[in-house]
Ligand binder design. Structure first.
Ligand code: G
Ligand code: G
Ligand code: MN
Ligand code: NA
Length: 250
């Protein structure tokens, strides 16, 4: 309850900040995009993890305004990037129940000037677990604007596979729990191979999360993953300057 009170104040008091983590194309070795990861600088407790406060924001309904702030702030940031990198934004399943998500997305794009093709939304399968029909329609309206839709934390749920038939996802992100056991664990290897085989035949791009070692990255490339994200490539950081070509001054 105390955290709920604090969260209410946090938006007005500008205590939230977006960090950005890069995603690397395993073919071209170029950065393709950054995932926006929310950070809360609590005046007393210091940095609080989203794993801790997102559930509280969801229960209290604050995820509506907070999610809207994330979407706007992420689009504004990416519109100013010196490269045509995309921005990936995490969307809570509960944001599908509040204000019209397709309208919020359209407004955030228009206000920032960011082209729709440079915005990607990350959802988890729980979005399709409840209100499947209604949420599929919301996702379709957003995708028709030209925004990409990624399925996050793939493989951790009950029926991730069946959802690949229900909606034309642009990307799936293999959960870091599978990547952690690479390159030696046979089970992790077979699971990732099964996911990549299926995704290839469906024409879906595959990102692996939580990549921490060169050996993991090599194994993922061999398995047919297109993209990697993790501490090996870069940690979440408050800006993207480290990835920009050095500006030449005369
Ligand atoms: O960096 P990490 O500790 O940032 O994130 C922890 C969890 O919080 C992850 O599951 C991540 O998807 C989630 N998360 C991070 N930022 C956001 C956000 O802006 N919105 C939502 N809904 N979840 C987020
Ligand atoms: O649920 P989602 O995939 O959006 O959450 C991403 C989470 O993974 C964030 O908490 C982020 O900080 C974390 N993360 C990103 N890269 C790595 C990594 O290489 N190793 C570990 N252990 N966590 C990572
Ligand atoms: Mn994510
Ligand atoms: Na994930």
């Amino acid at each position: 309850l105390e955290m709920e009170q604090d969260l209410k104040r946090a938006l007005a008091d500008n205590q939230f900040q977006l960090y950005f983590q890069p995603l690397l194309d395993l073919g071209s070795h170029e950065i393709t995009s950054f995932e926006a990861l929310l950070r809360w600088h609590h005046p007393v407790r210091g940095m609080v993890s989203p794993a801790e406060f997102i559930p509280v924001a969801e229960e209290s309904g604050l995820i509506g305004p907070l999610g809207e702030w994330v979407l706007k702030t992420a689009c504004n940031a990416a519109a100013n990037w010196p490269q045509p990198w995309r921005i990936a934004v995490n969307i809570s399943p509960l944001q599908f129940r509040h204000k019209s998500l397709p309208v919020l997305v359209k407004k955030a794009l228009k206000a920032s000037g960011l082209p729709a093709s440079r915005l990607e939304l990350e959802i988890t399968e729980s979005v399709l677990l409840e209100n499947e029909k209604q949420n599929l329609s919301i996702l379709t309206q957003i995708r028709e604007q030209g925004v990409r839709i990624a399925m996050d934390d793939f493989g951790t749920g009950y029926s991730s596979l069946s959802y690949l038939r229900a909606f034309p996802f642009d990307k799936i992100k293999i959960d870091q729990s599978f990547v952690r056991d690479l390159p030696h664990d046979r089970d992790a290897l077979s699971i990732i191979r099964a996911i990549t085989d299926m995704a290839q035949s469906l024409g879906v791009r595959i990102t692996a999360e939580g990549v921490e070692t060169p050996a993991q990255m090599d194994a993922l490339k061999d398995l047919g993953c297109h993209e990697a994200q993790g501490y090996l490539i870069g940690r979440p950081a408050p800006g993207i300057d480290a990835y920009c070509p050095v500006a030449k001054t005369v």
